[in-house]
Write a protein of this length. Structure first.
Length: 230
C-alpha cells in the first residue's frame, strides 16, 4: 500500500514538473473606465485574461510611481485546461493631468495537490497600455497636454470622428492601418494650431474588421484600435 502511494505521488510530481517546464503565458487585456478620462474622473482599470477551468481566486493591487501605474495580479487555479476568463478591477481614483503608463504583471499559480502553490512557467503575462488624462484647465480653456481620444462612435459603420488635443502648434500626422500593419490612409498630414481638434474618417469603401489609427505630434505617439462593423 505504501509503495503504491509512493509511486502515485512520484507520477503526480513528474506530470506537474513536465507541465511546469512549458511557458504558460496567457493574453491580457486592459480597459480604462471612463474611456477618455479627465482630471476630475475616478479611474478604474480592468484587467482580464484567460485562466484554467478551475479558477480558485484572483488577487490584485497597484502602486503608482510618478506617471507609471504598476498592477500586480495573482491568479490561483487548480487545473491546466484553459477555458475560463478572469476579470479584476483596480479603482485608483482621480489622477493629475498627464500621460500615464500602465504596466500589468500577472502571476499564475497552480495547486500541486499537496497544499503548495507553484508558479507556472518561467514567465508571467504582461501588457503595456498608454492612458492619457486630458485636461482643459488653464485660464484660456486650452489643452495643457497632448493627447488622442478614442474615436466615436466605435464600433461604427460608415464614418467616425477622431479627436485630439495640442497644447502647442505642431505638424500632425494621423494614419490608419489594417490589422496586418499595412497603411490604409493618412487622414491628417499637416501643420495644426494648438487647441482641440476633430477629424472625420469616411469608411464607406472599407471592409468590416479591426483597424488602428496612429497619432504623431508634439514628440508624442499614440495608437488606438477601432472597429468597422456592418
Amino acid at each position: 500500500m505504501i509503495k503504491s502511494q509512493f509511486i502515485l505521488i512520484c507520477l503526480f510530481l513528474l506530470i506537474n514538473f513536465t507541465l511546469l517546464a512549458h511557458d504558460y503565458t496567457f493574453p491580457i487585456t486592459i480597459e480604462v473606465i471612463p474611456e477618455n478620462p479627465t482630471a476630475n474622473d475616478n479611474i478604474t482599470i480592468i484587467v482580464s485574461g484567460l485562466t484554467t477551468s478551475n479558477l480558485i481566486s484572483v488577487n490584485s493591487n497597484y502602486t503608482i510611481e510618478g506617471n507609471t501605474i504598476f498592477i500586480q495580479v495573482d491568479v490561483y487555479q487548480g487545473g491546466y485546461t484553459v477555458i475560463d476568463f478572469f476579470i479584476t478591477e483596480n479603482d485608483i481614483g482621480n489622477l493629475p493631468i498627464g500621460n500615464y503608463y500602465v504596466i500589468v504583471n500577472v502571476n499564475y499559480y497552480l495547486n500541486d495537490g499537496l497544499g503548495n502553490w507553484i508558479l507556472i512557467g518561467d514567465q508571467t503575462g504582461s501588457f503595456n497600455f498608454n492612458v492619457v488624462i486630458f485636461g482643459f484647465e488653464d485660464e484660456n480653456n486650452s489643452p495643457i497636454t497632448t493627447g488622442l481620444f478614442q474615436n466615436y462612435p466605435n464600433p461604427f459603420s460608415k464614418k467616425t470622428s477622431i479627436r485630439y488635443a495640442l497644447p502647442k502648434p505642431d505638424f500632425v500626422k494621423i494614419q490608419v492601418f489594417n490589422i496586418r500593419g499595412q497603411l490604409i490612409e493618412a487622414i491628417v498630414d499637416k501643420f495644426m494650431q494648438s487647441g482641440s481638434h476633430s477629424v472625420e474618417w469616411n469608411t464607406e469603401d472599407m471592409n468590416s474588421g479591426i483597424y488602428f489609427y496612429k497619432f504623431e505630434a508634439n514628440d508624442k505617439v499614440f495608437i488606438k484600435k477601432m472597429i468597422i462593423l456592418r
